[in-house]
Design a protein around this ligand. Structure first.
Ligand code: NAP
Length: 307
């Protein structure tokens, strides 16, 4: 039994982590840390990770569900206390801090897991297998959602390090880097940043591979009505479309049966396996694509964002 603590009990902890941990018999949620001290029905909740580590029950592992800007210090505290660490996406506010965490995990003989939940969406492994034997000529990502619907009150998203529209778009980039048979790199980008915040509300990213695949990502945080989380790949042997954030799959216009979407159950299954094998899984490629986008992107100031 892996005794686990949660840090940052907000939307994703409530919606996904707590049910997924409850659904996996290898884990036991024994403590949490969140400044607002939510009621978790008998599970002790501490103000912060330091107090949880000092006064709480013994822990083997900690899942960090705080925003990226608050990740490094808590991750370091967990690793230095020799706990296995599950990092929500994105694994950090910077690419380089994740290398630091990987080093500290190694020094303390514990597992570091940079989780990317969208890679566990039902259609992704089939898409990867299908694309693996084909040549991708063109790939388009369309990730358009309504920030007011999915991220109410999450002011951290708009602050430096919060990534704005790249908070959801990094999920598309995590699928892209999983399913593409070749490494992807950014060639150009355009970002629209509301004049009253620090992070983009919309954007377009152009990417390619060594073989010259044309890859684009069109991103919008203001789409009302139907929401779009689609990736379409045109290959030398057919067209593949992942929809619903990777939960739906079509090949040449025909729906493929991919089963139930079990993203967070899949993540905790992977984490348990890594702990059993004493093996870390650290992948910063989606975060590096966002960092490169921010490095080369042309910025346009647009009207203020008022929630
Ligand atoms: P959230 O609802 O704002 O919850 C984050 C929690 O972290 C807060 O409730 C807060 O709890 C705690 N926290 C600690 N330090 C903080 C700080 N400096 N600023 C703000 N909160 C702080 O956010 P979330 O949606 O759960 O997202 C958390 C992480 O999960 C993000 O990295 C996000 O990308 C990822 N994620 C979110 C979703 C989603 O659908 N929302 C999906 C997948 C992944 P206390 O105030 O009680 O300390």
């Amino acid at each position: 039994m892996i005794r686990i603590g949660l840090v940052g009990v907000g939307k994703i902890a409530h919606d996904q982590h707590i049910p997924a941990i409850a659904g996996d018999p290898r884990f036991d949620l024994v403590a949490a840390a969140s400044r607002s001290k939510p009621d978790l029905g008998g599970i002790p909740v501490f103000h912060d990770i330091e107090t949880m580590l000092k006064d709480g029950p013994d822990l083997d592992a900690i899942a960090l569900c705080t925003p990226p800007q608050a990740r490094r210090e808590t991750a370091l505290a967990a690793l230095r206390a020799s706990k296995h660490v599950f990092l929500e996406k994105p694994p950090g506010a910077t690419v380089s801090e994740v290398a630091e965490l990987a080093t500290v995990a190694r020094e303390h003989g514990v597992v570091l897991f940079t989780s990317w939940h969208s890679r566990f969406a039902a259609g992704v492994s089939r898409a990867k297998a299908w694309l693996g034997s084909r040549k991708v000529r063109k790939l388009s990502i369309e990730w358009r959602e309504d920030v007011r619907r999915w991220h109410p009150g999450q002011t951290w998203i708009w602050q430096a390090g919060g990534m704005g529209v790249f908070d959801p778009a990094i999920n598309a980039l995590s699928i892209l880097t999983e399913i593409m048979p070749a490494e992807v790199f950014v060639t150009d980008a355009w970002l629209q940043v509301p004049e009253n915040v620090q992070s983009p509300i919309a954007g377009r990213v152009e990417m390619t591979t060594v073989a010259g695949a044309e890859i684009t990502a069109d991103l919008d945080f203001l789409q009302t009505g139907p929401q779009t989380w689609d990736i379409t790949a045109w290959t030398d042997d057919g067209v593949l479309k992942l929809s619903l954030g990777g939960a739906g799959l079509e090949i040449d216009g025909v729906a493929v049966e991919v089963g139930e979407n079990r993203e967070y159950l899949g993540l905790y299954d992977r984490f348990a396996g890594l702990i059993e094998r004493s093996e870390s899984e650290v992948d910063v490629r989606p975060l590096a694509l966002v960092a490169d986008t921010f490095l080369v992107g042309t910025r346009e100031s647009v009207e203020p964002f008022i929630e």
